[in-house]
Structures are given as structure tokens and as C-alpha cells.
Design a protein around this ligand. Structure first.
Ligand code: PMP
Length: 424
């Protein structure tokens, strides 16, 4: 496996043809924040509106039937993409909402079925996260602990930017009810040993939730192989539309969970003073759902499957090796995260001595190179490394070595502009 045919792939992404900043070609290195969309995804969504648009699971007419069929077929495609059953896939707004859905269910475990009520939290119980979590997989657990009196604990991060598993036997113990961790860090690029952590968690009877927002778009992910209980991700980071995310959960767990948002379409029977719930996944999809977005996300899965996720991962691995070699080699540049591309995704965050990351980002932007700057919703992780912000370049199927060359040249231009260029 080698590099993908980037020219052929780029031809599918209309936005990559445009110029920015007075005619400069766009070099898009911000796919970690959100990816661009190929014509196949845009067309699928447009076709839904042009040909089949109706409210799904409602209506006695042909369009409603076609819309429902499109929505449920999309669910099956997306489920197959992660090796899951269609009835285990719940559509949410994004990763953030999916995490909150599970956290809400756990804080209401008293009203849940047996499979979940065993995980009812109270004082003395523990929830374990990691220091490298995105706020989306941290703040909901802080709030869950606050509401229930449970204690939040976390795995630290080594200087190299990997999970510090040395204290795992102490950290994951008989008081642990849930372990929530990122599959791939959105700052460090680190790919965490999820299966190993999940095995330990299950040995003490805890649940495991994986934030796969940065892994499902970039690596082959099979929920059964990972051996976890919940897995969450966002459509917009994997070539799909905005406004759609996925909660995958083990069938028995979803069946035991109380609803998060209540209203139409999620009910069994409604009386004036009480109601019962539909089975999953409908129980968690109140209101008219995002059918065009589901159809678009299924088209994104088809697009990625046609390339092959192993091929996607190999391409990104080559880009990461190249970027680590050339960015880290610059004087005054410090890469935050593993120095080797092994077990590491295509996200390279760095600081440039003497220049604020926002200024680095601005010089890059002036040259048409789009990166992200700031704490990337991982404030504690930045604190861990004694910094307030980084500049982050993240790569995807449409990026090439030339894009990384543009990044390197841009960093050198920033160093010259701010007078911190190393002496030659
Ligand atoms: N987790 C990780 C690791 C992420 O990178 C992101 C997006 N930056 C999220 C969660 C949140 O995703 P969303 O904003 O789509 O809910």
C-alpha cells in the first residue's frame, strides 16, 4: 500500500479548486476540524431533496416511503462501515451529542433496564477518562460525576504524547463504572490501545465508551474487534455532511437506556399522563430526523470504502512520516505528540519558538494554507505540555507531500517575518 492518486481524488472535491487570499491555491490542512465533501456526497444529499424529500417514518405517500427507505438504507450502510448491526446505530447531531446521550442515560440509570442500572453511579464510584480528551469526551463526564457524586479520574499522558498506562491496575478498579477514551487524539495524533484498556475495564465490570471522531474517518474501525460498549463519531469529519453523528451501542445496552430527548416518533404508546418508548434506535431519534444528511453520510462511507480504509490509513501514514520529518526538522519547531508515525494518525500539532500560534496561522493563511490554531478543545492536554496553544495541521485523502512542503515553507516564512529565522 502506498500513496493514493491524490489528483484523481481532488477532482471529486469542488472546493479544492478554489483560490483564497488573492488567487492562491487552497492548501487545506484542517480536516481534523472538519473535512471537505466530495461531489458524490453533495449529489446524494441534493438528490434526496430533488427526488425523495419527505418526513421519514411518517406519511402514507410514496415520497414518505422512499425517504424512509433511503434513511434506513443509509443506516445499514453506515453500520456496515463499522462492522455493526443497523439496529445498533443511533443518529445524533454529532459526537458531542452522542457522548451526552450516554452520559444522560447513566445519570438516569435508576429508571433504566437491568443492563444499564448495574452501572448506576453514586459516591464512591469512579469514571475514568484521559488527559488527552477533547472537551466533548470530558465535560459530560465531569457533569455526570457532579450530578451523581461519583469521582472522575484520568490516565495521564507521557512526555512522548502517549497514554501513561503504568497505573492502569490502580486506576481501573472494582469501583470503576465507566472508562471513556479517545481512539485517536485530535491534537497529538496518538492512536490509543483501546482494546487493551477495554479488556482491563471489562475485567472489573466497567463499561467502555470510545470517542472515534478522529479514528473512524482515518482507520479501519470494527466495533466488535475493539471490544467496547459504545463508540461515537461525527459525519462532518469523514467527508459527510454537517449535522449528523453516530452513537453505536451494544444492542442490550441501548435497549436498557432511557431516552435523552423525548417527543414525536420515539414513543410506544402515549396517554394523557404518561408514555412508553419505542425500541432503539427510534427511542433516541425524537422529531423528524436528518434523513438527507444520513443519505449523504452513507455516500461518504461508500466513497471511503471504494478507496479502502486500509489504503486511506496507509496514505495518511506516509504523509505523517513526511510531515514529522520535515516539520520537526525546522529549528525552533516543537512537535507535540509522538515523534514516530507508528500508532499515530495524520495530525501534527506544533509550536514555533518566539511566535504565537495565531501568528503562525495567519502567515500560513496569507499563503493559502489553512490550519487550526488554539487549544483545539483540549485545554488540559495543552496545560500538560506547559503551553496555551498549538498550530495544528491535519491531513486527509486529498492531501499530498506538496501540501506539506507548503506548510514547511509557510512556517519558515513566519520565522523570517517575525525575525526568529535560524541563522544560516
Ligand atoms: N472528539 C474528538 C477527538 C474530536 O476531534 C472532536 C471534534 N474536534 C469531537 C470529539 C467533537 O466533535 P463534534 O464537534 O462533531 O461533536
Amino acid at each position: 500500500l502506498g500513496l493514493l492518486d491524490v489528483d484523481a481524488i481532488r477532482a471529486d472535491f469542488p472546493i479544492l479548486d478554489r483560490t483564497v487570499r488573492d488567487g492562491r491555491p487552497l492548501v487545506y490542512l484542517d480536516s481534523g476540524a472538519t473535512s471537505q465533501k466530495p461531489r458524490q456526497v453533495l449529489d446524494a444529499e441534493r438528490e434526496f431533496y430533488e427526488r425523495h424529500n419527505a418526513a421519514v417514518h411518517r406519511g402514507a405517500h410514496q415520497l414518505a416511503e422512499e425517504a424512509t427507505d433511503g434513511y434506513e438504507t443509509a443506516r445499514a450502510t453506515i453500520a456496515a462501515f463499522i462492522g455493526a448491526g443497523a439496529d445498533e446505530v443511533v443518529f445524533t447531531k454529532n459526537t458531542t451529542e452522542a457522548v451526552n446521550l450516554v452520559a444522560y442515560a447513566m445519570s438516569n440509570a435508576a429508571t433504566a433496564g437491568e443492563e444499564l442500572s448495574r452501572f448506576r453511579l453514586g459516591p464512591g464510584d469512579e469514571v475514568v477518562v484521559t488527559e488527552m480528551e477533547h472537551h466533548a469526551n470530558l465535560v459530560p463526564w465531569q457533569e455526570l460525576c457532579r450530578r451523581t457524586g461519583a469521582t472522575l479520574r484520568w490516565f495521564g499522558v507521557t512526555d512522548e504524547g502517549r497514554l501513561d498506562l503504568s497505573g492502569i491496575d490502580d486506576l481501573v478498579n472494582e469501583r470503576t463504572k465507566l472508562v471513556a477514551l479517545a481512539h485517536q487524539s485530535n491534537v497529538l495524533g496518538t492512536v490509543n490501545p483501546v482494546r487493551e484498556v477495554a479488556e482491563r475495564a471489562h475485567r472489573v465490570g466497567a463499561l467502555v465508551l470510545v470517542d472515534a471522531a478522529q479514528s473512524v474517518p482515518h482507520l479501519p474501525v470494527d466495533v466488535a474487534g475493539l471490544g467496547v460498549d459504545f463508540l461515537v463519531f461525527s459525519g462532518h469529519k469523514m467527508l459527510g455532511p454537517n449535522g449528523i453523528g453516530v452513537l453505536w451501542g451494544r444492542r442490550e445496552l441501548l435497549a436498557a437506556m432511557p431516552p435523552f430527548i423525548t417527543g414525536g416518533s420515539m414513543i410506544g404508546v402515549v396517554h394523557m399522563d404518561h408514555s412508553t418508548w419505542a425500541d432503539p434506535p427510534q427511542r433516541f431519534e425524537a422529531g423528524v430526523p436528518m434523513a438527507p444528511q444520513a443519505v449523504g453520510l452513507a455516500a461518504a462511507c461508500d466513497y471511503l470504502s471504494a478507496i479502502g480504509m486500509a489504503e486511506v490509513a496507509a496514505h495518511e501514514h506516509a504523509l505523517t512520516e513526511y510531515a514529522l520529518k520535515h516539520v520537526a526538522a525546522l529549528d525552533g519547531v516543537r512537535v507535540i505528540g509522538p515523534a514516530e508515525a507508528e500508532d499515530r494518525g495524520a495530525t501534527v500539532s506544533f509550536t514555533v519558538e518566539g511566535i504565537h500560534p495565531h501568528d503562525v496561522g495567519q502567515v500560513l493563511d496569507d499563503r493559502g494554507v489553512a490550519v487550526r490554531v488554539g487549544h483545539h478543545c483540549a485545554w488540559p492536554l495543552h496545560r500538560r505540555f506547559g503551553i496555551v496553544a498549538t498550530t495544528r495541521a491535519s491531513f486527509y485523502v486529498y492531501n499530498s507531500f506538496a501540501d506539506i512542503d507548503a506548510l514547511v515553507e509557510g512556517i519558515q516564512a513566519a520565522q523570517r517575518f517575525f525575525g526568529v529565522a535560524p541563522a544560516r
